[in-house]
Design a protein around this ligand. Structure first.
Ligand SMILES: NC(=O)c1ccc[n+]([C@@H]2O[C@H](COP(=O)([O-])OP(=O)(O)OC[C@H]3O[C@@H](n4cnc5c(N)ncnc54)[C@H](OP(=O)(O)O)[C@@H]3O)[C@@H](O)[C@H]2O)c1
Length: 241
């Protein structure tokens, strides 16, 4: 297997025998907890953060490698191909997300476009770019951290147009890609992580980030039980799209 010099560095620094996961949006919240849970369970973690300065000390772990990745920046996503060339990746978790509580009066094009870019276009481009890495891995699983608010049948309520529409688009990309990649034995799923106590979820949220991340780890680690093209909760239950 030919290995790009840059990815060789990453491989040299990570034990090859371990499973590996690539996660976006790891500076805080659910992403940070996912890094902690996967790494303490013996996985290698490639953790995308948009700012390599001011890194949370919990990300400084021997089996964690940090990668500068702003998912809104096409050049950062393009660079992934080179950075990770030929590196087997077992699981990709598209986690980076943003939220703005708009309504019928305040909804605006720029926020809609930004959320669409972050929640739908970025996971699509990342999955395109890293398909070869996933095919080299053993779990062959791609997860999109979506949310019940992007579901037509599992959620009702007003407002949050930009967020809900962008997560619905992410769900459609997940479902379509699951169809397209089924012959390659790649599983593509969406996950509702619960209403989590993070910057986004706020202090009234019901689920602590560690509980959500542990549930997601359990779901993903149990690859044989995962059905492709399914929308799961972090507790492993199926949700309607
Ligand atoms: N919290 C909830 O209740 C809830 C419910 C349903 C679904 N979700 C979904 O769960 C995921 C994680 O949310 P969270 O609660 O952990 O939110 P959070 O605490 O606000 O963290 C969001 C993370 O995404 C990163 N991010 C945002 N835009 C990015 C970009 N352009 N490039 C790279 N990273 C970017 C942030 O980085 P910075 O630190 O640089 O800003 C941060 O690390 C999101 O997809 C969210 O939609 C959350």
């Amino acid at each position: 297997m030919s290995v790009h010099p840059k990815s060789k560095n990453i491989m040299n620094n990570l034990a090859n025998s371990r499973k590996s996961v690539f996660i976006t949006g790891c500076s805080q919240g659910l992403g940070l907890e996912l890094v902690t849970v996967f790494s303490t369970n013996g996985w290698n973690v490639i953790a995308g953060v948009r700012n390599l300065n001011n890194i949370d000390s919990r990300l400084h772990l021997p089996n964690v490698r940090l990668l500068k990745l702003d998912v809104e920046k096409a050049e950062d996503i393009s660079a992934l191909g080179e950075e990770l060339a030929d590196l087997p990746i077992d699981v990709i978790i598209n986690n980076a997300g943003i939220f703005k509580d708009d309504n019928f009066e305040t909804g605006a094009a720029d926020e809609m476009l930004q959320m669409y870019s972050t929640h739908a276009i970025a996971p699509f481009l990342i999955m395109q770019k890293l398909l070869n890495n996933i095919l080299l891995g053993s779990n062959k699983t791609i997860a999109v951290i979506s949310g019940r608010m992007g579901s037509f049948n599992s959620y009702a309520g007003s407002g949050c147009y930009a967020y809900r529409a962008s997560k619905a688009a992410a769900n459609m990309i997940t479902k379509t890609m699951a169809y397209d990649l089924r012959d390659k034995n790649v599983k593509v799923i969406a996950i509702h992580p619960g209403w989590i106590k993070t910057k986004m979820g706020g202090k009234d949220a019901k689920v602590c980030p560690r509980e959500s991340a542990s549930g997601i780890f359990k779901l993903i680690n149990n690859t044989d039980e995962i059905e492709t093209g399914v929308f799961y909760t972090f507790e492993g239950q199926k949700l309607e799209w």
